[in-house]
Design a protein around this ligand. Sequence first.
Ligand code: GUN
Ligand code: ZN
Length: 443
Amino acid sequence: MSKQPEHDLPTQQAYRASLLWFPDGDSDQIQFEADGLLVTERGDDGVARIAAIGPYALLHAAHAQVACTDWRGRWLAPGFVDLHIHYAQTDVIASPADGLLPWLNHYTFPQETRFADPAHAREVAQFYFDELMRHGVTTALTFATAHVASVDAFFEQAQQRQLRMIGGRVLQDRHSPDGLRDRSAEQSLLETESLIQKWHGVDRLGYAITPRFAPTSSPKQLHGAGLLAQQHSSVWVQTHVAENADEIRWVAELFPQARSYLDVYENVGLLRERSVLAHCLHLDANDRDLMAERGAAAAVCPTSNLFLDSGFFHFQEAQAHRVLHGLASDVGGGTSFSPFHTMHAAYTVGRQSVGRDGHSLSAQHLWWLHTAGAAKALGLAGVCGNLAVGCEADFVVLNPQATPLLARRTVAADSLDEQLFAMIVLGDDRLVERTVVNGRPGA
Ligand code: GUN
Ligand code: ZN
């Protein structure tokens, strides 16, 4: 961040608006301040953080010298955290298929092959970050492709926008087409190591070791990825697990000695804190206990799972076994970049899988799962996904009057939970008037 001094911006900035945050980010207890003041302060490291948050009446005297933007009528809320997404699948979104494996073969692999070309990777990365920000997503754990150029384009574009982003080069050395299949496990791991050195911890960027999923990695590549995961404990791990019945059968054939699909990853040391496994639909109690013990997290991808007919995430089981989890779009299997669409789909799935005994996920819990809860799953509690004091100043400016129906329904709501629920069900990119990244309000 020090490379781009913020000469144009004051060290401190204040905003008067309605405020939404999680005072204790570890829990979904939400706080709402109808007339609030948010104060940000940029540190010597170039990162803007929340310096104060609370009722305007209580805070404004102490911050009278700070220039204050009047956004009354708007809601400031934490930037959304997307726990699993593929930037190289931006052009795959909305491609129909008969389930996961045909979808990968017909649409996804051919598109990803194009990311050997740095110009293509750059153009898609630019569009991707513009789209994320339009939707209020300020941190996303992202798959690039099996090409170094795709990773460089991802991080370069994230860095230019001063975003907190995590991503990695996909490892896939078998059962993959020419142009996407790694030439050797050794080379893919060496490239991973040098990308970690190049990008991890630079500004607000983080690296994720990224074996695509068990079927497309040789045991040698998986072992190498596990070794790297043990050597670099602050680096993330991302992969897929237990998404689809055909995929699970395939894994059982390829790894007959493993107790379960998840066990394949356990056996090579890929399960640990900061490991995020997408889907986690068809797990058993032993798997869930293992994830909890290792501190690995599940990325819940409801629009993708509905679209590809993969199954339902079991929220109650995850909670009962204390498995860290949060929400994710999984674009391009997922059908929307919008956190509101993802939260809405998660609610629908929650009703399907836990509705038998009458449970619904509350609006504030859904919101937490896509902000502070997702940050917690990443090991970034107190850093992003929240507006508590000390968190980084990434936030959305929401306009509850953005559409006639939103205006009508949110005004009629009797409680905060009803208002949030109406935004979840009726909201999309129109609700997000502006996204503030690293304390820069932008245009
Ligand atoms: N499993 C392996 N690769 C993928 C992918 O790109 N998307 C999804 N949804 N599942 C996968
Ligand atoms: Zn995915």
